[in-house]
Design a protein around this ligand. Structure first.
Ligand SMILES: N[C@@H]1[C@@H](O)[C@H](O)[C@@H](COP(=O)(O)O)O[C@@H]1O
Length: 236
């Protein structure tokens, strides 16, 4: 695990964007993408760059169950607004939150991932150490599946919704097993509210209690954290 500590989200987003651009120059065909406030600066920098994704494929990590693509809280909507409208891909995949049959949808998504091996996966980090929507306790070999969100995640994500009860209780998420198969991973985390999760991920035992800690077992993982998120690390 290569850990880079930066001053803030602006510097960290720039570093992550440079790594994505380098990957594209070096022939990456498939990017795994994340939502949330964390990657926003990286997406801004990608939009401002001359990188061209039009011959590439993107695969997003997750989507809320029950939200339509044009719902402004959906991850489809987030990706259109923060990246795809400005920088389209040849093909972009996001789980379908309105799928009638959850098993068929997860099967479809697992086939998408199997057919398009991910060269570089971008990740954020939940306050409880989740990656994608793989909450504490998630099996490490899981593929895409329907997951129940924890109270802590619902509360954290409620800042984007008008009322906490509007936050969906379920999501489709790529599993930890699928994430671990990507060739390279960049994980970003900013702010003191992520400091415990960052410490657990980097210095804690590898345990399902902190899903991101599994990344210690993988080569080609770059963690970019700001000083606040790194503040609880013993080795800086
Ligand atoms: N499913 C997403 C994750 O992919 C994201 O990394 C995380 C952190 O969100 P934020 O970047 O807004 O802090 O929470 C959400 O629940």
């Amino acid at each position: 695990m290569n850990v880079i500590i930066v001053k803030d989200q602006v510097e960290g987003g720039r570093k992550a964007a440079d790594m994505v651009i380098d990957a594209v120059k070096n022939g990456a065909k498939v990017l795994g993408l994340a939502t949330g406030s964390t990657p926003e600066t990286m997406y801004k920098d990608l939009i401002a760059s001359d990188v061209d994704f039009t011959k590439m494929t993107s695969i997003n990590l997750d989507e809320y169950v029950g939200l339509a693509p044009d719902d402004d809280q959906s991850y489809h909507y987030f990706m259109a607004k923060h990246l795809f409208d400005a920088k389209p891909f040849a093909k972009s995949y996001v789980p379908n939150g309105l799928a009638k049959d959850a098993d068929a949808e997860t099967e479809r998504y697992n086939k998408v991932i199997a057919d398009n091996p991910i060269d570089l996966q971008v990740l954020g980090l939940g306050r409880n150490g989740h990656i994608g929507f793989n909450e504490p306790g998630s099996p490490i070999d899981a593929q895409t599946r329907k997951v129940a969100l924890t109270e802590s995640t619902i509360e954290a994500n409620s800042r984007n919704f008008e009322h906490e009860e509007d936050v969906p209780k379920f999501a489709y998420s790529m599993g930890i097993g699928s994430i671990m198969k990507s060739h390279n991973i960049i994980l970003m985390a900013w702010g003191t509210e992520k400091a415990d999760a960052v410490k657990g991920m980097i210095e804690g035992p590898v345990t399902p209690d902190c899903p991101a800690s599994i990344l210690q077992k993988k080569d080609n993982v770059t963690v970019i954290v700001d000083e606040a998120a790194a503040s609880k690390l013993s080795n800086k």
